[in-house]
Design a protein around this ligand. Structure first.
Ligand code: ATP
Length: 350
């Protein structure tokens, strides 16, 4: 770990990776990622041609209804999709390494050191009969077998400090910790090897609002310290808005919009993003619940054309027949919707 704690704030020390100011080149490039689940009822394309980039130090919020493919995206990036799922194509390039081209051993090494994943419900997966320190040391040892035990222990304790946990947590069991503390342990494990990319899948679910904020601040601090690119998966647009730089909206396995937080909240482009934003409670619409009409479609029976068209407030005849492609709008945001045909600078994703 390259962070040290000064008066409760994580300060950068000597970085392992070339960090410095936010690099111009993306540290992460996801290109045309495709995942299909082969179920008894048929094929479910859970990730359909997903592409995006992230720079070092950038935070991306990934939102969308349940079943839209957010966790599948995270698992695919980690190459942890299990049968009946299959990665059918695409690249996940971290720095200049395409993770999809690594052999099993290369990928095992890349996990945690290049790309770290804090899964949904991670805090409940801590081993109840092993001390926290032993679990952390195991994680490091499997990557750095030649590192001496005192050095590994020091690395683990620094990681605990960097998430505002006392070094005494090293000798504790999971049941001795609160939910927020357990989640911080999971973040500490995620940053043990200074990864370039951190994916946190709903890191604050099942925590009270005060603890949610503290956990988000912890992620923010460690992210700044190691200048990692962070993907935060979640449902809570409000909480996310305060912590991320850009927001990506998923619908039925596709990325339908990617914008800065400000653009997304002040001028969402895709009708689904608009519906998500207007369903957020505010003082103006107090007492009025504005849901999104209809249900998210089954991936086994997707509507023709744009999968959102049966629920769309701005539907046009072309939407039921022609599938829209991602297009870049002036200003650099991207949207997958026929409303912007003719306005786009070019097709593709930022
Ligand atoms: N093990 C599986 N077997 C079959 N289909 C699956 C499996 N896991 C996921 N899917 C399919 O992939 C789709 C996307 O699931 P995923 O868990 O990625 O969504 P999500 O957006 O993360 O949802 P949530 O917010 O509820 O976690 C689901 O709608 C489902 O159809």
């Amino acid at each position: 770990m390259n962070v040290t704690l000064v008066q409760g704030v994580v300060q950068p020390r000597v970085p392992i990776h070339s960090v410095g100011a936010m690099a111009a080149e993306p540290i992460l490039r996801v290109r045309n990622l495709e995942v299909t689940y082969y179920t008894d009822s048929g094929r479910a394309k859970a990730l359909d041609n997903v592409s995006f980039t992230l720079k070092a130090g950038e935070k991306l919020g990934m939102v969308g209804e349940s079943g839209s493919g957010k966790s599948t995206l995270a698992l695919a990036m980690m190459r942890m999709i299990k049968p009946p799922g299959r990665i059918e194509g695409g690249q996940v390039i971290v720095g200049d390494t395409d993770l999809m081209s690594l052999d099993q051993e290369g990928m095992r090494k890349a996990r945690l050191s290049r790309i770290a994943y804090i899964p949904q419900g991670a805090m409940n997966s801590l081993n109840p009969v092993m001390k926290i320190g032993a679990q952390m040391m195991d994680a490091v040892k499997s990557h750095l077998p030649d590192e001496a035990r005192p050095a590994i222990e020091a690395r683990c304790k620094r990681a605990l400090q960097s998430v505002d946990l006392d070094a005494s947590v090293f000798k504790m069991f999971a049941h001795e910790l609160s939910g927020g503390m357990k989640q911080r342990v999971c973040i500490a494990i995620g940053i043990l090897l200074d990864p370039d990319v951190i994916i946190a899948d709903e890191p604050t679910s099942a925590l009270d609002v005060v603890t949610q904020r503290q956990v988000m601040e912890t992620i923010d601090n460690v992210q700044k310290a190691i200048n990692a690119a962070v993907i935060l998966i979640g449902h809570d647009m409000g909480l996310m808005a305060q912590f991320v730089d850009r927001v990506a909206v998923m619908y039925a396995g596709r990325l339908v919009e990617m914008s800065t937080v400000r653009e997304m909240f002040t001028d969402p482009k895709h009708p689904y993003s608009r519906a998500l934003i207007s369903s957020l409670p505010s003082l103006d619409n107090k007492g009025v619940f504005q849901g999104i009409p209809g249900l998210a479609p089954s991936l086994l029976r997707l509507p023709s054309g744009c999968a959102f068209h049966p629920r769309c407030a701005s539907v046009m005849p072309t939407c039921s027949t022609i599938r829209p492609e991602a297009q870049i709008l002036p200003g650099g945001r991207s949207v997958t919707c026929h409303l912007y045909d003719g306005e786009a600078l070019h097709e593709g994703r930022t």
